[in-house]
Design a protein around this ligand. Structure first.
Ligand code: PEP
Length: 244
């Protein structure tokens, strides 16, 4: 039985005062459990704040992106080594909003995932198809291609990552994949992971997860937790999902 991970992706939301209230509410409300971990991925400027509030709690923290490069003339970018200095455990790689708004290709996402591991971070590599791709019956080829690019780049390090299946059509839309739809894709990914000797990799589901739908998703055999956007900004919702 794999443990579960519930990660919050704050996206580009927050402010010092609102974050303090949210982080304090999370740390007050979350009791450590041996079978699951929770984490928040916050905007870069708030990494120190997350560290200061969460340091002595069972809640981990992380970032939402990193550079594929270790250092150099990459204005505006942030390296894995910098993120690690703030005590982060996790970093997202290849969130669909990065792919969509910043043109991140599969190769760039794979390079970022590799850079995260090289820095000592645990990357959460995101894959997922658009609505047009799903409607065209292409989810297997899209998700398979995204996954294989990461797997090929990592080679023997594949077991060290976490995957998140995030159908683009379910992110921030209120339209969650049904538990059966999620399970179908997770089983597809699980089968590929097993073939590569990486059966221990957690596969999270992301896309309009809420406290009300989390239990049904988590009941699926191959759903190992969630990556949560909007609902991670509300402590009661996020804790409700984490305890589902
Ligand atoms: C996300 O940003 O990773 C996400 C899943 O967003 P939401 O939960 O808001 O759909």
């Amino acid at each position: 039985m794999r443990n579960k991970l519930v990660g919050g992706n704050w996206k580009m939301n927050g402010g010092l005062a609102a974050n303090a209230a949210l982080l304090v509410a999370l740390s007050a409300g979350w009791k450590a459990r041996p079978d699951r971990q929770i984490a928040v991925c916050v905007p870069f400027p708030y990494l120190a704040q997350a560290r200061d509030v969460l340091a002595d709690t069972p809640i981990a923290w992380g970032a939402q992106d990193l550079s594929a490069h270790a250092a150099g003339a990459y204005t505006g970018d942030v390296s894995g080594g910098m993120i690690v200095e703030f005590g982060c455990r996790y970093v997202l790689a290849g969130h669909s909003e990065r792919r969509q708004h910043h043109g991140e290709s599969d190769a760039v996402v794979a390079a970022k995932t590799k850079a995260a591991l090289a820095s000592g971070l645990r990357p959460i590599a995101c894959v997922g198809e658009t609505l047009a791709e799903r409607e065209a019956g292409q989810w297997q080829s899209v998700v398979g291609r995204q996954f294989e690019t990461v797997a090929e780049a990592l080679g023997r390090d594949l077991p060290l990552i976490t995957l998140a299946y995030e159908p683009v059509w379910a992110i921030g839309t209120g339209r969650t994949a049904t538990p059966e739809q999620a399970q179908e894709v997770h089983a597809f990914l699980r089968e590929r992971l097993v073939r590569k000797g990486a059966e221990g990799v957690l596969v999270l589901y992301g896309g309009s997860v809420k406290a009300a739908n989390a239990s049904a998703l988590f009941a699926q055999r191959d759903v190992d937790g969630a990556l949560v956007g909007g609902a991670s900004l509300v402590a009661t919702e996020f804790l409700g999902i984490a305890n589902a």
